[in-house]
Design a protein around this ligand. Structure first.
Ligand code: ARG
Length: 564
């Protein structure tokens, strides 16, 4: 069943040919105070079209529109058509919808038959999986949940940075200063140390760079020693990344990273050449993008080796052939915006067809400055998650020393706190990572929402009442209940909005609004009252809220604990 905003928009659409349904939906507002009704449609935009005053248009429309079971009143208020919904029918519709669809409430088959490729997380081998990667990881995972919930098939791809000249450096550093046991004990920290050491030493002794290049060429030519070392770096790094993915409960459909395309490079270069796009410039091969106001896309270096760009071109073509996607989304930081503009432009010039989307996000910096892998100034994601879990445990034990399942719940809540904090910033905003803010349990945080869910569960447990039928919906027409119901009603619309904008932040906002409205209802209205009919009606609202919170948290990649 549709939500009320859509219903109101459809009624308007029947009376306004000049605007599309989408346009009407976008114009609808919620009046600032309840006496003014539940939805308002401004007529200012129509004034030009009809050559009449907004007030006259609103007057005519409100006279034309008939009331029915769902809409009890329609009036003109200074150029707005204001709608009053029938409260009991709103309650009945919303609650029955949630009860009948349960964990499917909010889902649709909007994207059935379509595939979306989501390229996300994609850390670099032998480099830290740091707090900067978490945004890609968490946003990408949430987009996967959001698209899947609307019927799309998703392909989650971890485009690992497992190829490139830095592996030559790493091989040199390992052979000179490395120790196998140390690396196995602590792979990334140890490999990072070697990488930093290489750069320090290379400043004094530039020949090291030549050695590194030579090793990379060996790797490209499948030299056994080079390949074995590279494979080992990759395996050990992946083991470490997997620990983080397990903590976050995130999976991928493919780990085809950059190296996967190393044997597909010649074909791509040939194709670019065939299209007459390849240009030589000082020994390198480029695609000139001057006509599009962009620097050239570098395809091969002067030693013939390929680049990040070349591998991304190969990956796009491979993915199109393999998945026949409707859309391919790259969840990568905004520092790489130019790279993706160039990539998409070259693809277009090659005659490639496909809806390619770069979904950028803002930078994460540390309080002491930007992160720098080379200088070793990074915060490791695993440390953040582990500390979040520890701190949650302390907080919970201080509240209830006998709490059960404490380890499991601290994990769900601690990890949830980090995930929620990442997703509650609008995607594109830069932000400064702060331990304190991430782990705070006050304000608009993950633990607050999860606690609201646990509170619903606790009320339902205490009531132990069957509440799926014979509910008197007239008892839910007070302001607090209506507010909660309207938010629940708008769930699907919010999901679609988040999907269109690739913006999970819209779901975190939704979840916070619902939690806040519910908590107001909870404080103002006793639920476990003597009056059985009233108790049942209120419990129905609690139950519908609980289900919606659980479903919405799932879209963020978070769990909804029953006890906290
Ligand atoms: N490995 C890259 C990095 O850490 C991100 C890769 C993103 N995906 C892509 N297809 N370029 O910056």
């Amino acid at each position: 069943m549709k939500d009320f905003k859509v219903l109101v928009s459809e009624i308007l659409k029947n009376n306004i040919e000049e605007l599309s349904l989408e346009e009407i939906i976008d114009l609808i507002e919620i009046p600032p105070n309840k006496d003014m009704g539940d939805y308002a449609f401004p007529c200012f935009k129509l004034a030009k079209v009809f050559r009449k005053s907004p007030n006259m248009i609103a007057e005519e429309l409100s006279n034309k529109i008939e009331t029915n079971d769902e809409i009890s009143k329609v009036i003109n208020m200074g150029g707005y058509v204001n709608f009053f919904v029938n409260k009991s029918s709103l309650a009945k519709k919303v609650i029955e919808n949630v009860f009948s669809q349960k964990e499917n409430y909010g889902k649709s088959n909007f994207g059935e038959g379509k595939t979306v490729v989501i390229d996300f997380s994609s850390p670099n081998i032998a480099k830290p999986f740091h707090i900067g990667h978490i945004r890609s990881t968490v946003i990408g995972n949430s987009l996967h949940k959001i698209y899947s919930s609307q019927g799309y098939k998703t392909e989650r791809i971890n485009h690992l940075g497992d190829y490139g000249t830095q592996f030559g450096k790493l091989i040199v550093a390992f052979k000179k200063w490395g120790n196998k046991e140390e690396v196995e004990k602590n792979p990334i920290k140890e490999l990072l140390k070697l990488y930093v050491m290489f750069h320090d030493e290379a400043e004094k002794c530039p020949e090291l760079e030549d050695e590194a290049r030579a090793w990379f060429t060996k790797l490209e030519n499948n030299d056994k020693e080079a390949k074995d070392l590279w494979q080992w770096f990759r395996d050990e790094s992946l083991k470490e990344f997997s620990r983080v993915y397990d903590l976050l409960d995130i999976e991928f459909d493919s780990y085809a990273g950059e190296s996967f395309y190393s044997d597909k490079m010649d074909k791509v270069i040939e194709k670019i050449n065939e299209k007459g796009l390849l240009k030589q410039s000082q020994g390198t091969n480029i695609v000139d993008l001057e006509d599009f106001n962009m620097p050239p896309a570098l395809i091969t270096k002067n030693d013939g080796s390929t680049l990040y760009m070349t591998r991304d071109l190969a990956a796009a073509i491979y993915r199109k052939e393999t998945y026949d996607f409707e859309k391919c989304i790259y969840v990568v930081g905004s520092q790489q915006s130019l790279h993706f503009q160039q990539l998409f432009k070259v693809l277009e010039l090659m005659g490639f067809e496909g809806n390619m989307v770069h979904t950028p996000f803002g930078m994460v910096s540390l309080e002491e400055g930007t992160m720098s892998t080379r200088k070793g100034r990074v915060v490791f994601l695993e440390d953040v998650l582990k500390q979040a879990i520890e701190k949650t445990k302390e907080t919970m034990l201080s509240k209830n020393p006998n709490a059960q399942n404490i380890d499991e719940i601290s994990k769900v809540v601690g990890v949830g706190a980090v995930v929620f904090q990442e997703l509650s910033n609008s995607r594109i905003k830069d932000y400064i990572f702060s331990w304190e803010r991430t782990l705070s349990f006050d304000g608009e945080t993950g633990p607050y929402v999860q606690y609201t869910h646990a509170r619903c569960c606790s009320v339902l447990r205490k009531a132990d009442e069957e509440i799926t039928s014979n509910i008197n919906y007239d008892l839910l027409n007070d302001e607090d209940s209506i507010e909660v119901l309207k938010i629940i009603d708008s769930f699907n619309k919010n999901i679609l909005n988040a999907l269109r904008k690739n913006e999970p932040h819209i779901i975190t906002r939704f979840v916070l609004d619902l939690a806040q409205a519910f908590n107001k209802f909870y404080h103002d209205n006793p639920i476990l009252v003597k009056d059985l009919e009233l108790k049942k009606a209120r419990l129905a609202l609690v139950s519908a809220t609980r289900q919606t919170l659980e479903n919405a948290l799932a879209l963020l990649g978070m769990k909804a604990p029953e006890k906290m």
